[in-house]
Design a protein around this ligand. Structure first.
Ligand code: NAP
Length: 253
């Protein structure tokens, strides 16, 4: 555990719960100073911050709807004040909504794309403005969070979710080309079935775990910790020549 003001700074969006919380905690264990973004779960975000401080780390909770640009701009300004220059952005925040194509309206698709896609653009914009060498920055790392739904299509009713994650896969590739020369490495994780609250929208994790016994070659769901370990690998120097990649964390599915 590093307690140095020089330790690297990571912003994890959607870090109050699930995969994001595990990324924040593992990053802190490895000496990162961590900004824990959340939308509504203030108590949960403060608990993550409290656990990091209890292990001697440094963290701050930052509320913002990352699907809204003015809130992202405000959050990054708060981050500058609280922790200083950003070294790594993890674009993790996302929602899973299920609706059939016949039920699409101008709100359900737009809300899902705001949370899952626009958030990545807005946060990457603010991060690149700070990290790019041509702007006086020192480079950095961006890790995006896709899903195997981008190549499997998700469950019935999942076309918006699957499409939003397909957008992240393409965003990853294009952003890597654009900002690699700026000293910014960009990669994307594509988790499979991971045990978190996100599955409450379709009846919880239990039926999905049953399905995983046969549908997933490793015969089980994954943990948020297992995704966090991959995220930290992409954020750190061990992956220094990995750029524009999409890494499945899906038990072979
Ligand atoms: P989760 O347990 O439901 O947690 C979602 C997190 O995102 C929460 O911290 C939530 O904040 C935050 N969030 C949602 N919308 C936000 C917004 N507009 N602004 C800021 N924060 C927002 O989800 P998860 O399973 O950990 O998923 C994390 C990421 O992994 C998502 O991008 C998801 O699509 C992806 N993924 C998950 C799985 C899986 O099986 N779990 C598989 C593939 C990909 P509040 O707590 O404040 O609501």
């Amino acid at each position: 555990m590093s307690d140095s003001r020089n330790a690297r700074v990571m912003l994890v969006t959607g870090a109050s719960r699930g995969i994001g919380a595990e990324i924040a905690l593992l990053a802190a264990e490895r000496g990162w100073r961590v900004a824990v973004n959340y939308l509504r779960s203030e108590a949960a975000a403060q608990e993550v911050v409290g656990r990091i401080r209890a292990m001697g780390g440094e963290a701050v909770a930052l509320q913002a709807d990352v699907g809204k640009l003015p809130e992202v701009v405000r959050m990054f300004a708060q981050l500058d004040d609280a922790l200083g220059p950003l070294d790594a952005l993890v674009n993790n925040a996302g929602v899973l909504a299920s609706f059939r194509i016949a039920d699409v309206d101008e709100h359900n698709v737009a809300d899902l794309y705001a949370a899952n896609v626009f958030s990545a653009y807005y946060c990457a914009r603010e991060a690149v403005r700070r990290m790019a060498r041509s702007r006086g920055g020192k480079g950095g790392v961006i890790v995006n969070m896709s899903s195997v739904a981008s190549r499997l299509g998700g469950l019935a009713g999942g076309s918006a979710y699957a499409g939003s994650k397909g957008a992240i896969d393409s965003f990853n590739l294009a952003l890597a080309k654009e900002v690699g020369p700026e000293g910014i490495r960009v990669n994307t994780l594509r988790p499979g079935l991971i045990a978190t609250d996100i599955h409450d929208v379709h009846g919880g994790i239990a039926p999905m775990q049953q399905m995983a016994k046969t549908a997933v070659p490793l015969g089980r769901d994954g943990s948020a910790r297992e995704v966090a370990q991959a995220a930290l690998w992409l954020a750190e120097e061990e992956s220094s020549y990995v750029h524009g990649a999409v890494l499945d964390v899906s038990g072979g599915r």
